[in-house]
Design a protein around this ligand. Structure first.
Ligand code: ZN
Length: 244
């Protein structure tokens, strides 16, 4: 176990855009940082590639999608995020490629963020804990789209639609990375992160027999404290930061 300390995340920015595959991807660890940022007056918007419609075994996708969309909007509101968009790719079979890059580049041009956040794009969570293909596809496409958004010639149809190039993304921060470099103090946001994840109640009740609040609080607190061992002992959310 390395004891290298994580660096504080840059804070000289005003707008962030979080791009992930599924409802709950941001709530499993990242939303304490988002609460801290919105408290500080920063704008954060969410873009989800899918509605998570294939995420609950006992619920068919046509009913599951709208329900998880509602849970995601409620979950975002708890941490001060009101802009939540869905790209309507298909849950479980998101394809990495130019269609996905184009959709994410369009979202970046609409929101004009300095900081883009996504979830682990690598094959594993570390060791032999295999990642899902949706996370890999969306994470990679987001890292790529941060560049695509600034180039008027890569997706010229976006410019024709009035979405001007945005070359202002300075960093892409990857949550859930097994090789993090930076962190955000989660002390002030942790309680809201618990309530934010709890909004995914249908999903969590299908996932575990434990009391939802006990499960959520245990999971998030344990992760934040483990990260804190590399961040001066404060509970923290870690990111692998890619500068641009
Ligand atoms: Zn996910």
């Amino acid at each position: 176990m390395t004891t290298t300390q994580l660096q504080p995340m840059p804070d000289d920015w005003r707008r962030a855009l979080a791009v992930v595959a599924h409802p709950d991807d941001l709530e499993y660890g990242c939303s304490a940082a988002i609460a801290a940022w919105t408290d500080g007056g920063r704008e954060v918007a969410y873009v989800l590639a899918t509605r998570g419609e294939a995420g609950i075994d006992t619920l068919e996708p046509e009913r599951c999608g709208p329900l998880r969309e509602r849970e995601q909007r409620a979950s975002a509101a708890v941490v001060g995020v009101s802009a939540v968009e869905f790209l309507d790719h298909k849950d479980g079979v998101i394809e990495y490629g130019t269609a996905l890059r184009r959709d994410i580049a369009a979202a970046i041009r609409r929101h004009r963020p300095e900081l883009v956040i996504t979830l682990n794009h690598r094959d594993t969570w570390g060791g032999v804990a295999w990642n899902t293909p949706d996370h890999v596809a969306v994470g990679r496409a987001t890292l790529d789209a941060a560049g695509d958004a600034g180039n008027r010639w890569i997706f010229p149809d976006l410019t024709e639609q009035g979405l001007q190039p945005w070359d202002g993304v300075r960093w892409v921060a990857v949550a859930g990375s097994s090789t993090p470099t930076h962190a955000v103090d989660a002390t002030s946001g942790l309680e809201r992160a618990v309530h934010s994840l709890l909004e995914h109640r249908t999903y969590i009740e299908a996932l575990t027999d434990e009391d939802p609040e006990t499960y959520v609080r245990g999971f998030l607190t344990q992760h934040a404290e483990a990260t804190g061992e590399r961040f001066g002992g404060r509970p923290a959310v870690a990111f692998e930061l890619f500068g641009r």
